[in-house]
Design a protein around this ligand. Sequence first.
Ligand SMILES: Nc1ncnc2c1ncn2[C@@H]1O[C@H](COP(=O)(O)OP(=O)(O)O)[C@@H](O)[C@H]1O
Ligand SMILES: O=P(O)(O)OC[C@H](O)CO
Length: 504
Amino acid sequence: MQNYIMALDQGTTSSRCILFDRQGNICSMAQMEFKQIFPKPGWVEHDPMEIWSSQIAVAAKAMGKIGVTEKNIAAIGITNQRETTIVWEKATGKPVYNAIVWQCRRTAEKVEELVKDGFGEKIHKKTGLIPDAYFSATKLAWILDHIEQGRERAKNGELLFGTVDTWLIWKLTGGQAHVTDYTNASRTMLFDIHKRKWDEEILQKLDIPCEMLPEVKPSSGVYGYTKDCLIGDGIAIAGAAGDQQAALFGQCCFRSGDVKNTYGTGCFLLMNTGDWPVISKNGLLTTIAAGVDDQIQYALEGSVFVAGAAIQWLRDDLRMIDHAAESEEYCKKVKDSNGIYVVPAFTGLAAPYWDPYARGTIVGITRGTKKEHLIRATVESLAYQVTDVIEAMEKEAGLSLASLKVDGGACANDFLMQFQADLLNAKVERPKCIETTALGAAYLAGIGVGYWKNSEEIRKNWALEHTFLPKQEENWRKEVRKGWKKAVSCAGGWARDQHPSKDL
Ligand SMILES: Nc1ncnc2c1ncn2[C@@H]1O[C@H](COP(=O)(O)OP(=O)(O)O)[C@@H](O)[C@H]1O
Ligand SMILES: O=P(O)(O)OC[C@H](O)CO
């Protein structure tokens, strides 16, 4: 009996596998954190082989926990950290360089050159993206620049490029399928989201050979079958989407105007805009939303680079807490952050500021500042950043948000969710299943093989766990946000002044 859909959720800090049943219940889950590599300030890498080994290990573990085999899995859905760039040899499957992670700032100067050349507007119009080192394009060009005969080998078809979805599908199928989906392609800054094809002009500008690019397909449908694989052969891989688009789908935001925010390593607010690609004037990105057929839907996105990652920083580097969840207890021990603000611009600021040279800043420290205040200000910074993005989204759409659907690891923090509702003066709705990224990937794969009929059938699975209602006055909101904006202005441009040349 094919009772389960397997979701492989390859996130920035961990690989996760969840087995879902027809009602969208989690039947088994396994997760593994993996190594973050920081070769220089502002640079971030992952080992592609560790991405793969951790992902396949958790898949086997999740199956083992409830004693299922490949015969019980109806399909696999993939969802992934987006933009992260991998190049590998077609013949050997060996990566030629570490994966350059979406957070990595090493190509900020290259992007600046493109913009100075007058290419920025063109990129924005074609790809819907604001030119930035965040996206895959300049990361891929950088790899080709830094390996032996990179471009020549790519032209000969010896090297393949992929975002993490492509890499995993290629590995799962034993090298049979070199594909990506529309949502992931739309994050490369190489893809024309209107014509739905790789853009020759941008490829030429960055000297990226088209021979190394994957075929782009809808997010739902069979891409291939597992082969020579630890979890068994012959399982259909039938869905793929970038994690934020998968979460939008998993939250059942199928209609124009539907919004969700995910609190993971970063925060990502997406609004479905239907079949209309709105090009933002307020620092938001236009991106392709996950859909079940070739009929494309678009979304507006506000990306925040550092959210849960700041809580990890408290845990791993400052060693102020043992577990991310412990941050909540500390927040509740004090009545406020005692006037301090933490702006966790560790890798620059994304929406709506787009400042690659901003850096982490703490302001307002006094002799009375305690550990609790610092922890609380760090947790609060997640909500402040999301509020800035929502403000931009409201300006763009000309509406005021009445409620926000949330998900992602850090939305388990009740203090954070209440603070968010207070800052927004809007309801914050947390669903029963906060693993909506994985759920979205499972839905896409399940629909791809007929396990679920359509999106209307899966909508019935969405259930509310808790609503956080705003409790603060307008004056409080004005005051605290004024302080936040001042703190953000202190963080702006810092690395440009400190490191004008190389170490971004
Ligand atoms: N209770 C919590 N309070 C605050 N942050 C949390 C909490 N639980 C998890 N996090 C943060 O959320 C992130 C994990 O969320 P997840 O959605 O799994 O992220 P990703 O998919 O980006 O790896 C981590 O960065 C962690 O620090
Ligand atoms: O790994 P996450 O969940 O923080 O998501 C990363 C995003 O996809 C980056 O664009």
